[in-house]
Design a protein around this ligand. Sequence first.
Ligand code: GDP
Ligand code: MG
Length: 163
Amino acid sequence: MSFTLAIVGRPNVGKSTLFNRLVGQRLALVDNQPGVTRDLREGAARLGDLRFTVIDTAGLENVTDDSLQGRMRRLTERAVDMADICLFMIDARTGLTATDQVFADILRKRSAHVILAANKAEGAAADAGVLEAYSLGLGEPIRMSAEHGEGLNDLYAQLMPLA
Ligand code: GDP
Ligand code: MG
């Protein structure tokens, strides 16, 4: 059975880096799909023997602080509703922020399955941020480096029982 995974989280945590790694060259043409705007990118993902659809939430990078929260909330809620599983990404180097807590609240209320990933976790500079992620109460964070391809085995292990 196939499933849809939405990658959500505040700008700059590394969502698109993971999306690109999962999709490779198999980026879906989303322009012709009704209901999918350029703010949501959809691709055909492969991870080990798993095949699934992955959604990247974008379009928030150039938004000013004033309007970020509302747009972010609406876009994230749409992605969550399209998905079977949400991967909530935080930046382990920065540690948890107030904006991360906004996302955590949305996911707690709205998503059946949440996988937590503490990204940019290559090296010891991320240790404190990974530990902080436990306090979200969304389960054990995957220690991930989307850029270096680390943590994908753990992602596989968390996705497999839900697939
Ligand atoms: P998005 O806004 O959440 O989609 O984040 P991007 O994927 O565009 O990444 C934002 C920045 O973080 C880019 O400069 C990436 O190269 C960098 N980045 C992404 N993943 C990692 C990682 O695992 N480690 C480090 N150190 N940087 C990363
Ligand atoms: Mg992005």
